[in-house]
Design a protein around this ligand. Structure first.
Ligand code: UDP
Length: 496
């Protein structure tokens, strides 16, 4: 793909300078690294704000953008973890040992206000044109106003879920609902949508969340627009309704993961994987196209040990080849014992288990993958859509239940495994919510031969084609990136 560059200095005008401030959690940082790459590929300059521990995780990304000659600069600010009662070096949400420390973490983030402001004031040779910051970094709204530049938010949600979230919070919809199992109908939503309170966003039980939410939503009303990692053709109705209800521009510029065009850069996304990527590719190469099911629950979901065992037994019973990413870690030694006590041996001819971090996109996009068991985090969902494979949905918490509705009921790209309850982030609940039989049935449906499955597959392939069309030259997302850069460039030049 050839990109005609805007703002490259040849016309004598300043190029747009975007300041990206991601939330320090993999599901929020990774799409913003893709965003940085995308904006820079289209000719913009990018300052990517991070902290030392997170910068170390971004080494692969930094090396890639450097090798590609892109104008992306990583800006490291000291993260005041100790000052806010966090262990030294605790700079990412996935490092928080107890959810009671969530508020401390968010306060430490807000303390980046001063150093970020100081850094941005120093950039006189190339002043920032626009801040794109995570919705949770409400404090960046002040910075944008002080500098007289726009702030766009990024929540990591798709349009469908953003619209539900907006309606719920700006109408205080859950305020007087005491029963978690009460069925709520979302008023003003363009299609009928009903979910229990527990499955809606806003029920995350983390001490201090309310304070943060209030500030986030106050600032949301003042921001100049939103960036969404989706594409218009996927959810036109919901994106348009969201723009109308929120009365702001929603820039759909995704699927941003498509900025990766080879397995080297996909493998470098996020943390360093503990396994040999070449070996993993070799294993996949040895499998028939569409024969392997990939199972991964993102970076934060806490699947209980009992549930992990049950899932494993379901995979075993399905007799299908699989790659299974397990994040149990030292917290759950019983899972490790169970794996070693016969399971790994029994499935070794067809199962690959990855402990910790997996190069998810590299795996998902391999032709051997024929299905994806996902927790429905939006990044995983859109990566699955780009892979063109049907999904088994297994939401845990947050907006994942909404993404499940979009995937299963609206887009018809997958089947539910049948999760009834919420597995809260950081909770210690012990029940098994999905039985091995339910796993076996869902896997066999998805990887089987029936007419319904064939239709799922065809729709998934069709959706992947639409995603690529939107992203490639002259597609809706491609054009939006260019318009966004143009708009910020015009503003910069008008001020300068
Ligand atoms: N991811 C990955 N390897 C893993 C786990 C996650 O590469 O082992 C990536 C995944 O591809 C996605 C992001 O981390 O880009 C997770 O984001 P998502 O929104 O799916 O879920 P979250 O982690 O926020 O719950």
């Amino acid at each position: 793909m050839t990109l005609s560059r805007s703002g490259d200095g040849q016309s004598g005008s300043a190029r747009a300078h975007f300041v990206l401030v991601p939330m320090m959690a993999q599901g929020h940082t990774i799409p913003m690294t893709d965003m940085a790459r995308l904006l820079a590929e289209h000719g913009a300059q990018v300052s990517f704000i991070t902290t030392p521990v997170n910068a170390a995780r971004l080494e692969g990304f930094a090396a890639d953008v450097k090798a590609a000659g892109l104008a992306v600069q990583l800006v490291e600010l000291h993260f005041p973890s100790v000052e806010f009662g966090l262990p030294d070096g605790c700079e990412n949400l996935d490092m928080i040992q107890s959810k009671n420390l969530f508020l401390n973490f968010m306060k430490a983030c807000a303390a980046l206000h001063e150093p970020l402001m100081a850094y941005l004031r120093e950039q006189q040779h190339s002043p920032p044109s626009c801040i794109i910051s995570d919705m949770a970094h409400w404090w960046t709204g002040d910075i944008a106003r002080e500098l007289g530049i726009p702030r766009l938010t990024f929540s990591g949600f798709c349009g469908f879920s953003s619209l539900v979230r907006y309606i719920i919070f700006h109408n205080n919809l859950l305020e007087h609902v005491t029963d978690d199992n009460e069925l709520i109908t979302i008023p003003g939503f363009p299609t009928l949508l009903e979910l229990t309170k527990a499955k809606l966003p806003g029920t995350l039980c983390v001490p201090g969340m309310e304070q943060i939410r209030e500030k986030m939503y106050e600032e949301e009303l003042r921001c100049d627009g939103e960036i969404t990692n989706s594409f218009k053709e996927l959810e036109t109705l919901y994106i348009e309704s969201y723009e109308q209800i929120a009365r702001k521009k929603v820039w759909t510029i995704g699927p941003m993961c498509l900025c990766h065009r080879n397995s080297n850069t996909t493998a470098a996304r996020g943390n360093k994987a503990p396994m040999d990527e070449a070996q993993c590719l070799q294993w996949l190469d040895s499998r028939k196209p569409g024969s392997v099911i990939f199972v991964s629950f993102g970076s934060l979901a806490c699947t209980t040990p009992q549930q992990i065992v049950e899932l494993g037994l379901g995979l075993e019973a399905s007799k299908k080849p699989f790659i299974w990413v397990i994040k149990a870690g030292p917290k759950f030694p019983e899972v490790e014992e169970w794996l070693a006590d016969g399971f790994e041996e029994r499935v070794k001819d067809r199962g690959m288990i990855i402990r910790g971090w997996a190069p998810q996109v590299m795996i998902l996009w391999h032709q051997a993958i024929g299905g994806f068991v996902t927790h429905c985090g939006w990044n995983s969902t859109i990566e699955g859509i780009c892979a063109g494979v049907p999904m088994i949905t297994w939401p845990h918490f947050a907006e994942q239940f909404l993404n499940e509705k979009l995937v299963v009921d609206v887009l018809k790209l997958g089947v539910e495994v049948g999760v009834q309850g919420v597995t809260q982030w950081g909770s210690e609940q012990q029940e098994v919510m999905v039985t091995r039989d339910a796993v076996e049935t869902a896997v066999n449906t998805l990887m089987g031969e029936g007419e319904a499955t064939e239709e799922l597959r065809m729709r998934a392939e069709d959706c992947a084609i639409k995603a690529r069309r939107a992203f490639d030259e002259e597609g809706s997302s491609y054009n939006n990136v260019r318009l966004l850069i143009q708009e910020m460039e015009n503003k910069t030049n008008a001020c300068g």
